[in-house]
Design a protein around this ligand. Structure first.
Ligand code: NAI
Length: 467
């Protein structure tokens, strides 16, 4: 067995802590440095708390709609303080679990801000002073922070996602700047909890870069929920007035004012490397702050690795975790890499959206002859029984080889269904493989099987005119 290496992992988010545990499993000596809390953005102020709050919003929404089933609930009310404290308990359980896992695997955790002194030395400044750690390898996993825009510095009136996940009270009127992942997830959550919500988005539609047919379903849903979604709109500045905040926006060159009580700015996140001392080892970032890496997560300094949000798009927790596993394996002497086509994306809107692999246009632009199949949840018995029939599963396949190239879906529980699609792409499955797989009835994944059948105009539960 190769000699054990001493590795310092900087940052204990889903990239860093996963990397640390895998390094320990592979027999390396690991020190994790964390300046804040174990679990990083994902566990503390991102994925987990937002999903907990979104679950509460969805439950409230469902209860509100239950009268169609003959269930009438009277006197439903929301205790924001209790909701936030329940969310905090979920977070505490998970971050506590990360601490126990690191300890059980023999990883040392040092709290403080790390600075790279040279390629084998990291200095850590914590509340108990400064210490220096010598190591064979360094893994940078410092994540990202919310991006602010001029005129909307974060503070009491302007929330980032962090503050939006710990409200003291429900804002009556919320203005969301940015109609991307966070803006729509949190905007819809606040709407379900009872706020009036307006979203201003700079581009022509919500969720830039996602399948446009899926996005249309989300945009229709916003209309039904009475969320005012304003496209081609730039937020320019705001003023506090007696009645609340007046936000100036520019829509297609024309000025408009929107009144609200709270602003939530979700225009993206920027990679975080402040104070890391990259220059000490000849490393630098590339716009908008990513550290370039090869496909084994190595930076141009051979014993320094970089994983997670700081290593490039997409800034997703599971992509960071995968990169952590790859870096750990490579440090331990294995020849590991991952297939970027297989990184799924999940968006907890209402309905949910998820995708993996290539978009139809992307495949075409690569010169691939493409064929698609689509199956609507309106034709799914399970979706009907859940009262969630909006949306569909769309499969993009190679017309020549039948290989599944991409799967894009919007509808009930699709953030769970995408796992099957990711497996299909990872294994190089064909639509025939998916169609031949027996899917239990009555379940939502039947929509995947039928979409695969639809690629060949053979879906049983929708009528497809023969070509
Ligand atoms: P985003 O990149 O998803 O969306 C930002 C949006 O703001 C874009 O639609 C952009 O066109 C718009 N925008 C930018 N400047 C603007 C301006 N001045 N006025 C109006 N609109 C403007 O970024 P977001 O939502 O902040 O999320 C950051 C990252 O966090 C995402 O890229 C995603 O990777 C990750 N995330 C993942 C989630 C998940 O996996 N479910 C959930 C939430 C976030």
């Amino acid at each position: 067995m190769a000699k054990s290496r001493k590795v310092v992992v900087i940052g204990a988010g889903p990239a860093g802590y996963v990397c640390a545990i895998r390094l320990a499993q592979l027999g390396q000596q690991v020190t994790v440095v964390e300046k804040d809390a174990l679990g990083g953005t994902c566990l503390n102020v991102g994925c987990i708390p937002s999903k907990a709050m979104i679950a509460a919003g969805s439950l409230m929404d469902k209860i509100g709609k239950a009268s169609a089933l003959g269930l009438t609930v009277e006197g439903m009310s929301l205790d924001v303080e209790k909701l936030v404290s329940w969310k905090a308990s979920v977070v505490a359980k998970l971050t506590g679990g990360v601490g126990i896992l690191l300890k059980n695997h023999g990883c040392e955790v040092v709290y403080g801000a790390a600075t790279i002194v040279d390629k084998n030395t990291v200095s850590v400044t914590g509340k108990d002073g400064k210490q220096t750690i010598q190591c064979d390898d360094i893994v940078i996993a410092t994540g990202s922070v919310p991006l602010a825009i001029p005129g909307f510095e974060f503070g009491e009136s302007v929330w980032s996602s962090t503050e939006a996940l710990a409200p003291k009270a429900l804002p009556k009127r919320l203005l969301v700047i940015g109609g991307g992942y966070i803006g729509l997830e949190l905007g819809m959550m606040y709407r379900k909890l009872g706020s009036e919500v307006t979203v201003v988005e700079a581009t022509a539609g919500a969720l830039p870069g996602q399948d446009r047919d899926c996005v249309k379903v989300i945009e229709r849903s916003m209309k039904k929920m009475k969320i005012d979604f304003i496209a081609n709109a730039f937020a320019k500045g705001y003023e506090a007035k007696k009645k609340g905040l007046e936000v100036r926006i520019e829509v297609e060159g024309k000025s408009r004012v929107i009144e609200c009580d709270q602003i939530l700015c979700t225009v993206g996140r920027k990679p975080f490397s402040e104070g890391l001392g990259l220059d000490k080892v000849g490393l630098s970032t590339e716009k908008p702050g990513f550290i370039p890496v090869d496909d084994q997560m190595r930076t141009k300094v051979p014993n320094i690795y970089c994983i997670g949000d700081i290593a490039g798009q997409p800034m997703l927790a599971h992509k960071g975790s995968k990169e952590g596993l790859v870096a750990a394996a490579v440090i331990a002497g294995q020849n590991e890499r991952y297939d970027v086509r297989c990184v799924p994306a999940v968006i907890f809107t209402a309905p949910e959206m998820a995708s993996v692999g290539m978009l139809e246009d992307e495949a075409k632009s690569k010169g691939i002859e493409v064929v698609t199949g689509q199956f609507p949840f309106a034709a799914s018995g399970r979706a009907m029984s859940l009262m969630e029939t909006d949306g569909f599963v769309k499969i993009v396949a190679d017309a020549k080889t039948d290989e599944v190239l991409g799967v894009h879906m919007v509808g009930p529980e699709v953030t769970e269904l995408v796992a099957e699609a990711a497996l299909a792409i990872e294994m190089g499955a064909t639509t025939e493989d998916l169609a031949r797989t027996i899917h239990a009835h009555p379940t939502l994944p039947e929509a995947m099987m039928e979409a695969a059948e639809a690629v060949h105009r053979m879906a049983v539960h929708i009528y497809q005119k023969p070509e």
